[in-house]
Design a protein around this ligand. Structure first.
Ligand code: NAD
Ligand code: TYD
Length: 352
């Protein structure tokens, strides 16, 4: 698909920044990316350092809130936006349990604003791609997998807000004929993930000899998708996916949390042997369970494989190895993100 001016929302976050790097690394992408991000705690422009210089003129950053109707309208008009890839969201389930308000604002009202701005562009608008999660489908028993036909049964304020935004996207296609595509993916992992999510948290705590918190009995199952595989799936869906359709994206890597945490411990031990010997598995600490904790997620991505020929390129063993190595090699990034020092980097870089 020919896109001239692609609005990427939430491009300073984990998946958005990987997506922008992925797209700009492809010679067949000739458009311009306008990254709109309000730089919440999870947004870090340092994730995209070097990007603007690598392909001059093809990357623009705007610090703006997707809930700001006037700002979104102005940005759509100023840059002649003809497609949207919408990542911006409050994304952490545990935060949604403590303080759900911002999830309702950003994930529902923000998505509505963007849909309206896209609709106002009229026939020149080519595609609204919405990034969603497998969590909208609720929790699975020991067998089976989510398909695109699985009824929505969200269990957390986060997943309920994502489900609402999915319904809005669908409605704008059905009611107004807005060209849309939607993807629901499993848990992503890889470089630049904010270190309060399970994999980076465990890597960093393990290195620092701190407790590794495992919720409940540790037997909850997640499917893990390497972030670059996800980015490539999004690119293919945007290019060739049928308009008005939803595609599930999975990593073919189902894992109990406890097994995953043990794998991370073993990798950290291999790369950085513990000073006093022994195994970092000894740091594993079972803690109080998350309320409403979904037991198991699994994704059937036969539709995406059948229609577009996509399947994950990364095996879980190799992806996890690369990821653990990245967090070990990028301790300075982790420190800056955690200490809030990246906010001074923002002031220095953008003067705000
Ligand atoms: P993230 O929390 O790392 O990044 C979110 C980005 O959105 C940040 O840069 C933040 O500053 C920005 N943002 C938040 N509120 C905003 C607002 N009101 N206006 C403008 N920008 C705002 O999230 P992520 O892990 O990269 O997830 C990206 C998308 O993928 C989300 O929609 C999420 O629901 C979805 N998703 C993520 C996963 C996962 O495993 N990480 C899995 C399935 C779906
Ligand atoms: P998380 O990375 O928060 O993603 P999600 O809740 O969206 O799946 O958590 C992944 C799994 O790990 C989930 O089952 C909750 C569990 N978990 C822990 O056991 N300990 C932790 O400290 C965290 C953050 C998560």
């Amino acid at each position: 698909m020919e896109i001239d001016n692609l609005l990427v929302t939430g491009g300073c976050g984990f998946i958005g920044s990987n997506f922008i790097r992925h797209l700009l690394s492809r010679p067949d992408f000739g458009g311009r990316i306008i990254n709109v991000d309000s730089l919440t705690y999870a947004g870090n422009p340092e994730n995209l350092s070097g990007v603007a210089g690598a392909r001059p003129g093809s990357y623009i950053f705007r610090n703006a809130d997707i809930c700001d109707t006037a700002a979104m309208r102005a940005i759509f008009a100023q840059y002649g936006i003809d497609a949207v890839c919408h990542f911006a969201a409050e994304s952490h389930v545990d935060r949604s349990i403590l303080r759900p308000g911002s999830f309702i604002q950003t994930n529902i009202v923000g998505t509505f604003n963007l849909l309206e701005a896209a609709r106002e562009r009229g026939s020149g608008f080519r595609l609204f791609h919405h990034i969603s999660t497998d969590e909208v489908y609720g929790s699975l028993g020991p067998a089976g997998a989510f398909t695109e036909e699985t009824p929505y049964r969200p269990n957390s304020p986060y997943s309920a807000s994502k489900a609402s935004s999915d319904h809005l996207v669908r409605a704008y296609h059905e009611t107004y004929g807005l060209p849309t595509t939607l993807s629901n993916c499993s848990n992503n992992y890889g470089p630049y993930q904010f270190p309060e999510k399970l994999i980076p948290l465990v890597c960093i705590n393990a290195l620092e000899g701190k407790p590794l918190p495992v919720y409940g009995d540790g037997r909850n199952v997640r499917d893990w998708l390497y972030v670059t595989d996800h980015c490539e799936a999004i690119r293919q869906i945007m290019a060739r996916g049928r308009r008005g359709e939803t595609y599930n994206v999975g990593g073919q890597a189902e894992m109990e949390n406890i097994a995953l945490v043990e794998m991370i411990c073993d990798l950290v031990d291999e790369f950085v042997p513990p000073p006093g010997g022994g195994s970092r598995r000894g740091l594993i600490t079972f803690v109080k369970d998350r309320p409403g904790h979904d037991r198991r997620y699994a994704i059937d991505f036969a539709k995406l494989r059948g229609e577009l020929g996509w399947s994950p390129a990364e095996s879980f063993a190799s992806g996890l190895r690369k990821t653990v190595r990245w967090y070990i090699d990028n301790r300075a990034w982790c420190e800056r993100v955690r200490s809030g020092e990246y906010r001074s980097w923002i002031r220095e870089q953008y003067g705000e």
